[in-house]
Design a binder for this molecule. Structure first.
Ligand code: COA
Ligand code: ZN
Length: 312
């Protein structure tokens, strides 16, 4: 297998984070086609779907069928989000390469999202880790790590404590998620610096939402602090259905464009991402927030206006 060199790892979450909040039902075959197209572009990790209560997130109730239908590109990790033991069992049965366990730093958001206290969530992760490790990797996410829409800012100590508990449980990777785009670059630099003392950069993912327009700025702040892995969603789709005011993830093609403009290799082809992003409004039934797909690549120059061509 040829490995494309990359300075920054961009992980695609549109099929899960992107579609979980959509009101329009996206057919299973269309989800599979989207994931296969993302695989062909060469992502190292794609979050495919989630094994959660179908009453909680009806739009992803076909997770097992989606996993069964996708082509598995060697070199891509196909991830399933899980909240509990049942989710882990279903994800393993579906042959997910990685289980992404989620709980929130904020007790209120964890109750709203998972109907569990953080303590109950951690107890459920402790049960899952050993059996799951027989068949898959385990990533563990701290949701609302940079702020909660109900409680506001979360103390760093609380986030660091959850990170330490995850490490004690021997997870393979950790994600800090800014579930509703409350992070700012100063806070990101400070928290990421602290977390990188505990977790090597190769195991740490940052997951930003662009809810207040700070998504890319926060990525840069985290990158400058030493983080190297970032979630993003094609078209800037995304959002947590149990967080008021949630909106899309950092947009994949906008982030890839930023990286290429400042000389960071992503291993991803921007034009192919833009072409794929063009199909999203038809898929979800509305415009999507991504900007580069609308504007085009910076070097896709426009013809000089006729009246200027003959002057001077
Ligand atoms: N996958 C599929 N079904 C599940 C499940 C899972 N991981 N966990 C529980 N269920 C089912 C149960 O079997 C039960 O089904 P039934 O009503 O047909 O008997 C039903 O869901 C309720 O189960 P219960 O254990 O009482 O869960 P709950 O109602 O307390 O909900 C969660 C807890 C965690 C299952 C639910 O809150 C959830 O799925 N949250 C995920 C939210 C999410 O995905 N947010 C966005 C991503 S961060
Ligand atoms: Zn998210």
């Amino acid at each position: 297998m040829t490995v494309t060199p990359a300075d920054i790892m961009i992980q695609e979450v549109a099929p899960r984070d992107g579609l979980q909040i959509e009101a329009k039902w996206v057919e299973t075959s269309e989800k599979i086609r989207l994931i296969n197209s993302l695989s062909a572009i060469g992502f190292s990790r794609i979050e495919v779907s989630s094994f959660v209560s179908s009453a909680a997130v009806p739009s992803l109730r076909d997770a097992a069928e989606v996993f069964a239908g996708i082509e598995r590109r060697p070199g891509t990790i196909y991830t399933a989000l899980i909240p509990n033991r049942k989710g882990a069992e279903l994800a393993l049965a579906a042959r997910a390469d990685e289980l992404n366990f989620v709980m929130s730093a904020s007790e209120t958001h964890n109750r709203a999202n998972m109907n569990m206290t953080p303590g109950q969530s951690l107890a459920s992760l402790a049960e899952i880790v050993k059996p799951a490790h027989a068949g898959a990797l385990i990533n563990a996410t701290v949701a609302t790590a940079f702020g909660c829409p109900f409680e506001g800012a979360q103390p760093f100590e609380r986030v660091l404590d959850i990170v330490k508990r995850y490490l004690d449980l021997d997870v393979d990777g950790i994600t800090l998620a800014d579930t509703t785009g409350m992070a700012n670059p100063n806070q990101v630099s400070q928290l990421v610096a602290e977390v990188l003392l505990l977790v090597p950069a190769g195991k740490l993912t940052l997951h930003f939402h662009n809810t207040r327009g700070l998504g890319l700025v926060n990525v840069l702040a985290a990158y400058d602090t030493g983080a190297r892995r970032f979630d993003a969603a094609l078209g800037g789709l995304g959002g947590c259905p149990f967080a008021p005011g949630a909106t899309g993830n950092v947009c994949t093609e906008d982030l890839v464009n930023l990286c290429h403009e400042i000389g960071l290799r992503t291993g991803l082809d921007l034009q192919r991402l833009i072409d794929l992003s063009f199909g999203l409004p038809g898929l979800v039934g509305h415009e999507v927030p991504g900007q580069v797909a609308k504007a085009g690549r910076p070097l896709d120059l426009h013809p000089i206006p006729e009246r200027l061509r003959h002057s001077g």
